[in-house]
Structures are given as structure tokens and as C-alpha cells.
Design a protein around this ligand. Structure first.
Ligand code: NOJ
Length: 560
């Protein structure tokens, strides 16, 4: 089927936390194979597998040492080939994670590159002299705290790293390096891989003059417009498309921080032959105060009117020519039910409400492992976290700069830290949630006894079956895939509502985003339709949308 990715639902697996088959405390590929029937039952079409390549795991596999080899604690290449095969047998496609903005510092290319200035691999990375006073070449910051430059004694130059100093950035200006990337992609696609999620792809082309950012008070290092959407980005992606992607029936989704809908169109307009869709970050940043020295750890309350306006902007601006990805969760984001839902009394209702709002918009929905059973954030002690982002930020903000107190930092981590998403998958109520028989690499969320797959499968009213029903409807109703989106009641402070229209039919989605009751005034232009209820998260939701009073987190979908 042409453009099968438009009607697909993608499920993301974070391998180290999904299922450990051999008791070493770390998830693995044989563990994923064990659970394929579970995913089949959920009804998803595609698995996006976070990196499984050989890696020293400084950033949990987003630091790759060998692109053609599977990390031995996750299994062997044969396990991976078997996984592709077993998934295909069940009609599930596999998308791998392409991490080519940077490698690990243990990648052979970098080991060579840092040896001397004349090494053939020197130019695979970005090396610069320091300023006259010996300081970094410019004031660019790393996403993982501090400067984006690391001094290397060996050749007395700095190399660039947008992430940890063990993740040196690749130099895409080098043609041979680009060939290596096409080659590794081809290697995996020839093994049957059905596409790629492209890690921080908006950063691969660097502004070659390496100018300093305008100084900002209290910020020594800055992250801004030079970090993304560089001058040759789209040229490189068009090359990638021509050299590799166009030769396969595949799907692509680019992670594109710093991109607006206008930029998204450059990536996703089919005429331009680049990618199928991107991940926007705009909605994920709405509960952060922008431009403070505390970065993403400076929290603010979500404003629903802003969230609706933002998502509606993406829906509308990509209507002609582009395509949206739809997500609330991934391995870098906290659990949505704790973030913008209610993980106490209304956990199940609010998880279903959030699912409804997302899955009925136009685009390809992504489910992150555990979302389908309503997994929640964890509130651990600092020492119990593993994430390099958390560890570096604590050192910088609490211990060195004192811009956050320990308590403020912990509050921010409990709300937004990446490890909220990375705690092991909760399969049942046995020790460690049935994830491992050994000691898990990261503590299992203490709520595993109540929130787990076994329990969800035994309860016909569970979040799991609600997600299953939404996925089924997408297969049956082309309007869910193709319908034109229109936001209604844009200024309503509590209700998220929109319509979809396709071939004379309409869908109406109404959702109460909060724990109080809320009135839904049906807009006059929608009154004439003969509505009927399609699905809802309360068994007895009103049959008609007129004069509706929505209970806490109630979400209803009507058709006409
Ligand atoms: C984005 C990935 O999603 C994140 O987990 C990783 O740390 C950075 N890119 C660096 O690869």
C-alpha cells in the first residue's frame, strides 16, 4: 500500500527497559521477540526500536561504537535478523534508530581521528583551535550541560559535541563520511529493516563560520539557532533519499528540535523527497520557561489554550503537502499521565482522554512502551537515577552554579527527568514487575503491583483495550487518517475539542482536560449534524454532543 505509514500506528521500544530474557538486568532482543504477540494483540503496525548497536552506553546506546554490530548485552546480529523476521511474520514493520549526528568516542573513526591532524579520519569530526586565550572556539553549549567543545591533549585542538563529551559530532561536510552513512543504512535495509527514526537530524549540517552567539547574562554557554537547521541540511537529506531511501519501501521520521511548521514542510513535503515526517518539540516545551539558565529544568504550568493553539498550528500548516507525527511520550519525555493527566484517582480516565485527543488528530500516532497501560513517573532519590542528562545537570546547576537548590532540582527531575520514561516495563505483579529475574539496571517503578500488563489484559475496561479499540477504528475509518482537522472552542480553558472532515463525513472529539466538570457548548454550525457516539472513556457518555456536561477527564468521539 502506498504511504502505509500514514495509516500506521508506531510503538516505540526502549530495548534496555522492555524485557530481559537472560536475567542480566538489561532488556534484550530475545526478550522483545517474546513479547511480539502482545504487540500484535495491541494492534500496532510498526516498531521503532531505540538503538541496539554496539556502544559503550554512555548515553544508553545513542553513542554508537559500531553501526553494523548489535550490542552484545542486547544479543547478536542473528537475534536481530530473527527479530525482523518474526515481526514481519506478524505483519509488523521495524524502524531502527539512525544516530549519525555523532558517534561514540570509541568508534574506530574517532579513535583514528583524534590520533593526529593528518589522519585520514581527522576530517570525519569537527576539530578547531581554541581562541587566543586558549578558551573554547565559541560559546556554543552542549544539550548535556557546559560547553559543546572538548579540548583534546593529543593534538591540542577542541572537538565539537552537542551531547556528552563522549559523543563527538560528525562532520557532514566530508563526502566520504556521508558515503559511510549511506553504506550503513543500506546494510540494515538489506537485512529487511523498514525505515528509520533519525536522531537529532536537524543538527547534522553545521554553520561553517562557527560564530559566537550574542551573549546572554548569566549564561556562559548558549544553545540556539546555530545548533539546528544548518545551511546544507536539506541538501544532505535529499542526497540520503536519492542514495538510499528511494530504493526501498520504507518510512522515515526525523527528530527535529528547533523546527517550526515551515521547516517541517521542507522536511516532509513529498515533492522535495526527504523524509515522511518529523517530531516537533514545540508542544513538549510548553511547560518550560524559555531562555533561563536552568534550561529545561525551569518549569511552568501548562496552559491548555496554548497547547491547543500549538497542536492546531501544526495540524493546519501541514495539511497540504506535509505530514505530522503525533506523540505525548518517548524515552526522553516524562510519562504523560503524570505530566498533563492525573496519575492518582483519575489515572485510567485521564490516560484514555489523552490517548483520545492524540489518536484522533491527523498524523501517525506513536505509543511509547507502557503508555498503553498508563505507566506513571517515578520519584527517586538522586543516587537512584542513571541518566547522563540528569547527572550532568545536577553538577552544573546545583553544585557549580547554584541556580537551583537540591530540592528545586529534585522537583524538576520528578516532573521531567528522562528516567521517568526509562524505568523497566511492568509486565506483572511479580518481583521487578516481571521485567527481569536479576537486578534491573534501573529500579522498577514501585507502582508495578497495580499497573502492569497482566492486570491490564485481565480487565476489559483497561487502558490497553481502549488503545486497542482506537487502533482498530483507524483501520476501519479513513476519516481518522485523512480527515481535515479543525480546532473548535480554541479559547475554552478546560476543553480540548476539534472536528475532522472527510468526504462529507465528520468526527467530533471533545475532551475535558481536567478533574472538574466542564460545560461543552456545541458550536452552532455543528448543531445540524445527526451525531452518534463512536467511543468514549466513560461507559455512559451522552449519546449526543448538545448541552454536554463533561465529567472529570471525560472524552467522547462522535461521528456524523
Ligand atoms: C535524542 C535522543 O532521543 C536522546 O535520547 C539522545 O540523548 C540524544 N538525541 C543524543 O543522541
Amino acid at each position: 500500500m502506498k504511504d502505509w505509514w500514514k495509516s500506521s500506528v508506531v510503538y516505540q521500544i526502549y530495548p534496555r527497559s522492555f524485557r530481559d530474557s537472560n536475567g542480566d538486568g538489561l532488556g534484550d532482543i530475545p526478550g522483545i521477540i517474546e513479547k511480539l504477540d502482545y504487540l500484535k494483540e495491541l494492534g500496532i503496525d510498526v516498531i521503532w526500536l531505540s538503538p541496539v548497536f554496539d556502544s559503550p552506553q554512555d548515553d544508553n546506546g545513542y553513542d554508537i561504537r559500531d553501526y553494523k554490530k548489535i550490542y552484545d548485552q542486547f544479543g547478536t546480529n542473528e537475534d536481530m535478523y530473527k527479530f525482523i523476521d518474526e515481526a514481519h511474520k506478524r505483519g509488523i514493520r521495524i524502524v531502527m534508530d539512525l544516530v549519525v549526528n555523532h558517534t561514540s568516542d570509541e568508534h574506530q573513526w574517532f579513535v583514528e581521528s583524534r590520533k593526529d591532524k593528518d589522519n585520514p579520519y581527522r576530517d570525519y569530526y569537527i576539530w578547531r583551535d581554541g581562541k587566543e586565550d586558549g578558551s573554547e572556539p565559541n560559546n556554543w553549549g552542549s544539550y548535556f550541560s557546559g560547553s559543546a567543545w572538548q579540548y583534546d591533549e593529543e593534538t591540542k585542538q577542541y572537538f565539537l559535541h552537542y551531547f556528552s563529551k563522549r559523543q563527538p559530532d560528525l562532520n557532514w561536510e566530508n563526502e566520504q563520511l556521508r558515503q559511510e552513512v549511506w553504506d550503513l543504512m543500506t546494510f540494515w535495509m538489506d537485512k529487511g529493516v523498514d525505515g528509520w527514526r533519525l536522531d537529532v537530524i536537524s543538527s547534522i549540517s553545521k554553520y561553517q563560520n562557527y560564530l559566537d552567539y550574542e551573549p546572554i547574562p548569566d549564561q556562559k554557554y548558549i544553545i540556539g539557532k546555530y545548533h539546528t537547521n544548518g545551511p546544507r541540511l536539506h541538501e544532505f537529506l535529499q542526497d540520503m533519499n536519492r542514495e538510499v531511501l528511494a530504493k526501498y519501501d520504507c518510512m522515515t521520521v526525523g527528530e527535529a528540535p528547533g523546527s517550526s511548521p515551515q521547516e517541517a514542510l521542507l522536511f516532509t513535503d513529498p515533492e522535495r523527497k526527504e523524509l515522511n515526517m518529523i517530531f516537533t518539540f514545540e508542544h513538549m516545551d510548553l511547560d518550560t520557561q524559555q531562555g533561563t539558565p536552568n534550561g529545561k529544568w525551569a518549569l511552568r504550568d501548562l496552559n491548555l489554550v496554548e497547547l491547543k493553539a500549538n497542536l492546531a498550528k501544526w495540524q493546519t500548516e501541514l495539511e497540504d503537502g506535509g505530514w505530522n507525527s503525533l506523540y505525548w511520550n518517548n524515552h526522553d519525555q516524562p510519562r504523560i499521565v503524570s505530566r498533563w493527566g492525573n496519575d492518582g484517582e483519575y489515572r485510567e480516565l485521564s490516560a484514555k482522554m489523552l490517548g483520545t485527543v492524540l489518536h484522533f488528530m491527523k498524523g501517525t500516532p506513536y505509543i511509547y512502551q507502557g503508555e498503553e497501560i498508563g505507566m506513571v513517573n517515578c520519584a527517586y532519590e538522586l543516587s537512584e537515577y542513571d541518566d547522563i542528562e540528569i547527572r550532568n545537570a545536577y553538577k552544573e546547576l546545583v553544585q557549580e552554579n547554584h541556580t537551583l537548590t537540591h530540592e528545586e532540582f529534585m522537583k524538576a527531575i520528578h516532573y521531567k527527568g528522562r528516567d521517568n520514561a526509562r524505568t523497566p516495563m511492568q509486565w506483572d505483579a511479580s518481583e521487578h514487575g516481571g521485567f527481569t529475574t536479576g537486578t534491573p539496571w534501573l529500579k522498577v517503578n514501585p507502582r508495578y503491583a497495580d499497573i502492569n500488563v497482566k492486570q491490564a489484559l485481565a480487565d476489559s475496561n483497561s487502558i490497553f483495550y481502549y488503545y486497542q479499540a482506537m487502533i482498530k477504528l483507524r483501520k476501519q475509518m479513513p476519516i481518522i487518517v485523512h480527515g481535515k482537522f479543525e480546532l473548535i472552542l480554541a479559547d475554552h480553558p478546560e476543553i480540548f475539542a476539534y472536528t475532522r472532515s472527510y468526504e462529507g463525513k465528520k468526527l467530533l472529539v471533545v475532551a475535558n482536560f481536567y478533574g472538574n466538570t466542564a460545560q461543552f457548548p456545541l458550536p452552532a454550525q455543528l448543531e445540524a449534524c445527526g451525531w452518534s457516539k463512536l467511543m468514549s472513556n466513560y461507559a455512559d457518555s451522552a449519546e449526543q454532543p448538545k448541552g454536554l456536561v463533561l465529567r472529570p477527564y471525560e472524552a467522547v468521539v462522535y461521528t456524523c
